[in-house]
Design a protein around this ligand. Structure first.
Ligand code: 3PG
Ligand code: MG
Length: 400
């Protein structure tokens, strides 16, 4: 990675600074159910304000597809952001460009904050349209991107503005990139990856990139069933992707060629129904009954994964190993996560996790604080694991 400019490289005092953050948080019945993303951008916003900047906050929220969708307004997020900023006042602009935006920006003093309405209410955002970019850039003197989790999108507020205004990475962006770099670019070996989740089809590029970069890859979750199925194992009525059996075979043979050791299930916790508390039993993979579904990894497999984690120096984790959201099928995910947490606490392992359900499963296991780094990113983390370049990050590099 080229060294990116950071907040230290910008002279922000008295300047209007556009800060792209990711406030795309889950909202349930009008309440934010997970404030992690809001809390994670507070350090950048506070630092800018304390240096005397006028902080103009940009974010998308949901996928309104270029139209004003009131349910996707950022207005309800402002009070949460204010709390994360230690109770500081935040002005709200009902549009992110034009007269309404300009009026709010003009009212700011040094050290003040304004939150702009959802950038995706304008079609120009996702189209990365020049006119829309210019309208955003007009509001500020400088640009800071602290939205790693939106860096896989080449949108006006993530890449467009970076090409127009002097730009830098925010603290969270810099921190995310440093953590990710320590895992795949310059890792201590052996490197292990744990990948779970339901579908191989959504993780083909990720698995192919990982087998070329890690020493050991453990595969769990329903996606492991497709690998077993592809190997001719009877997996009963377990979830599988019949049209990806060839993909699974390819990944297996590529792993062998790359010298990447695969850990696949040797046993599973099998039930007849996909419901919480369903009666279940442990079966080795050669004895799954025809009407049985593998909903979690069994003790032999957990043991193999734990042993590998204890030997590893670097761990990257994406996806749950079983149906963790319905008990008791959370056992493998929680057990392996606890071993990773313990090794990290003991200083023998650097552990980085992220993407989709991963954060929820680690939070469920109670280990969030013990991992070296848990990324707030979903799709961006996955694309990074696939080895793709992220346009939001590239746009900051082009600034050098
Ligand atoms: C996310 O939640 O992964 C980011 O905010 C990006 O959102 P998007 O997938 O709608 O672009
Ligand atoms: Mg997404």
């Amino acid at each position: 990675m080229n060294a990116l400019k950071t907040l230290d490289d910008l002279d922000v005092g008295g300047k209007k600074v556009l800060v792209r953050v990711d406030l795309n948080v889950p909202l349930e019945y009008g309440e934010v159910s997970d404030e992690s993303r809001i809390e994670s951008v507070a350090p950048t916003l506070v630092e800018l304000a304390e240096k005397g900047a006028r902080v103009i906050i940009l974010s998308h929220f949901g996928r309104p597809k270029g139209r004003v969708v009131p349910a996707m307004s950022l207005a309800p997020i402002a009070p949460y952001l204010s709390t994360a900023l230690g109770g500081r006042k935040i002005a709200f602009a009902t549009d992110c460009i034009g007269e309404a935006a300009q009026r709010v920006v003009n009212s700011l003093n040094d050290g003040d904050f304004a939150l702009m309405e959802n950038t995706r209410f304008h079609a120009g955002e996702e189209a990365n349209d020049d006119k829309f970019t210019a309208a955003l850039a007009e509001l500020g003197d400088l640009y800071v991107n602290d939205a790693f989790s939106a860096a896989h999108r080449a949108h006006a507020s993530t890449t467009g503005v970076a090409a127009v205004l002097p730009s830098a990475a925010g603290c969270l962006m810099a921190h995310e990139l440093a953590a990710l770099e320590s895992v795949l670019t310059t890792p201590a070996q052996p490197v292990m990856a744990v990948v779970g989740g339901s579908k191989v089809s959504t993780k083909i590029d990720l698995l192919i990139n990982l087998i070329q970069n890690v020493d050991i890859l453990a595969i769990g979750g329903a996606m492991a069933n497709t690998f077993l199925d592809a190997g001719g194992v009877n997996i009963g009525s377990s979830l599988t992707e019949k049209d990806h059996l060839g993909t699974a075979r390819d990944i297996r043979s590529k792993a062998e060629k790359c010298g990447c050791q695969l850990i696949l299930p040797r046993d599973g916790v099998v039930a007849r129904e996909f419901v919480s508390g369903a009666p279940s039993k442990v079966c080795t993979v050669d004895s799954v009954p025809d009407d049985g579904m593998i909903l979690d990894l069994g003790p032999l497999t957990i043991d193999a994964i734990e042993t590998a984690i204890r030997k590893a120096k670097t761990l990257v984790w994406n996806g749950p190993l079983g149906a963790f959201e319905i008990l008791p099928f959370d056992a493998a995910t929680s057990a392996a996560a606890k071993v990773a947490a313990e090794c990290t606490r003991n200083g023998t392992l650097l552990s980085v996790a992220g993407g989709g359900d991963t954060v929820a499963s680690l939070r469920h296991a109670g280990v969030m604080a013990d991992f070296s780094y848990v990324s707030m990113a979903g799709g961006a983390f996955l694309e990074w694991l696939e080895g793709k370049t992220l346009p939001g990050v590239e746009a900051l590099k082009d600034q050098q």
